[in-house]
Design a protein around this ligand. Structure first.
Ligand code: GLU
Length: 415
């Protein structure tokens, strides 16, 4: 199948899957089985709002894969729908398995704009959603975690709602507040992983990081931590964008100050340490490294010609379409794909889950050291495969993932 502009994100993820399945010579039965979701649940979430009105939101949870309990985040977003959640569940499958974690893939979504709701209006649908999917989740069945629009507080509410029925169960969700059994290092983990991978890739590409120009698109948890930790490597983070616009400083932005500014004002606009630029201008900045860390499909065939980076680190899920992936790769840009670059969240989720099961706490140094090991082992596997087979890092990542899940299906003997 060829990429077309009408394709949904789910079709696009499947295109990456198909390329891997073709190269691996996967038989049709196995291919169908791995490509389609194993299970999809759609629920309604009636909620009494603060003004007394009742609103009904839609919620989803999708399961995929064959390697262990389902694992993946829960997203609150006004565009969340079954098709998107399906695509993200599929990405989680390949991400978990690429990291060699003992998990299958999952994703959840609630179609709601969390930024418009009060704390009570967020707490109530979270509890109702948890009740509605409670028969599908358990520490050895499906373990949700935060994703876009949700956070540690959301997880604490989910754990409480689950615990009201099943008793105290910290291992039911990950990404919890540290006081409720969360792991040290979880919040900063994604940015930390991006900086580890940047160091490795720079070595392999002979790129000097001292003064290297980096652009980070998105300044949420992932983007802001990535920018901060990348700056600590000696790079110049020259451009950053948040939901409200972008800022640029050719000499490098002061990211710690920008983080404080965002905390105070809710955005990056008006920051005096740089000049304002649009999101489009930001993506087109001359730089060595581009880190898309916001929503999906931000680089499209409309703006791909203006991308000037040598290295793209996909901290967001599915930030570029397959067509863009092809154009950039053929143009000599190295792209480290989402299922490698943003796997750190789920790696530390895995550490949190094991700590919860053992009723034990690790120190942050141990978390970071183990994170680095798991991530860099995966990176080396991807790199070797890409080199040996003369394929892109994304193709290599999907091949490794698909091969492992196929093997797991075989070993379990359920075909
Ligand atoms: N939502 C994150 C992701 O997309 C984390 C998932 C998890 O920790 O289970 O990778």
């Amino acid at each position: 199948m060829l990429a077309t502009p009408e394709m949904s994100t789910y079709d696009e993820v499947n295109l990456f899957f198909d390329t891997a399945a073709d190269r691996l010579g996967l038989n049709n039965g196995l291919r169908e089985m791995l490509k389609r979701p194993w299970r999809e649940l759609q629920v309604q979430i009636p909620v009494r709002m603060d003004d007394g009105q009742v609103k009904v939101f839609s919620g989803f949870r999708v399961h995929n894969g064959a390697r262990g309990p389902y694992k993946g985040g829960l997203r609150y977003h006004s565009d969340a729908d079954l098709e998107e959640v399906r695509a993200l569940a599929s990405l989680m499958t390949w991400k978990n398995v690429l990291m060699d974690l003992p998990y299958s893939g999952a994703k959840g979504g609630v179609q709601v704009d969390p930024w418009q709701l009060s704390m009570g209006e967020l707490n109530r649908p979270t509890r109702r959603y948890t009740q509605n999917i409670i028969h599908l989740i358990a520490p050895n069945r499906d373990i949700p975690a935060p994703d876009m629009g949700t956070n540690a507080q959301t997880m604490a509410w989910m754990m409480d709602a689950y615990g009201q029925v099943n008793g105290h169960s910290p291992a039911i969700v990950t990404g919890k507040p540290v006081e409720k059994g969360g792991s040290l290092g979880r919040e900063s983990s994604t940015g930390r992983g991006v900086s580890y991978l940047l160091q490795e890739a720079a070595k392999d590409m002979d790129m000097d990081l001292q003064g290297a120009r980096v652009v980070v698109q998105g300044f949420g948890n992932v983007g802001s931590w990535s920018a901060r930790l990348i700056q600590q490597l000696g790079c110049r983070v020259i451009g950053v964008s948040g939901v409200d616009g972008g800022v640029y400083n050719a000499g490098g932005l002061d990211i710690a100050r920008l983080q404080d500014y965002q905390k105070m004002t809710g955005g990056v606009t008006g920051f005096t340490g740089g000049e304002a630029i649009s999101n489009r201008e930001l993506l087109e900045l001359e730089c060595e490294v581009l880190v898309p860390a916001a929503v999906d499909n931000v680089i499209t065939t409309d703006n791909v010609d203006y991308i000037k980076a040598r290295l793209v680190l996909e901290a967001a899920n599915h930030p570029i379409t397959p067509e863009v992936d092809r154009i950039l790769s053929e143009g000599g840009v190295t792209i480290l794909p989402d299922i490698l670059v943003n796997a750190e969240g789920v790696i530390v989720s895995y550490f949190e889950w094991t700590q919860n099961i053992q009723e034990f706490h690790w120190e942050e140094g141990r978390v970071n050291e183990k994170l680095r090991k798991v991530l860099l082992r995966a990176y080396q596997e991807v790199r070797m495969r890409a080199m040996n087979e003369q394929i892109t890092h994304r193709e290599a990542s999907f091949e490794i993932g698909v091969q492992r899940v196929a093997r797991s299906v075989e070993l379990r003997g359920f075909l």
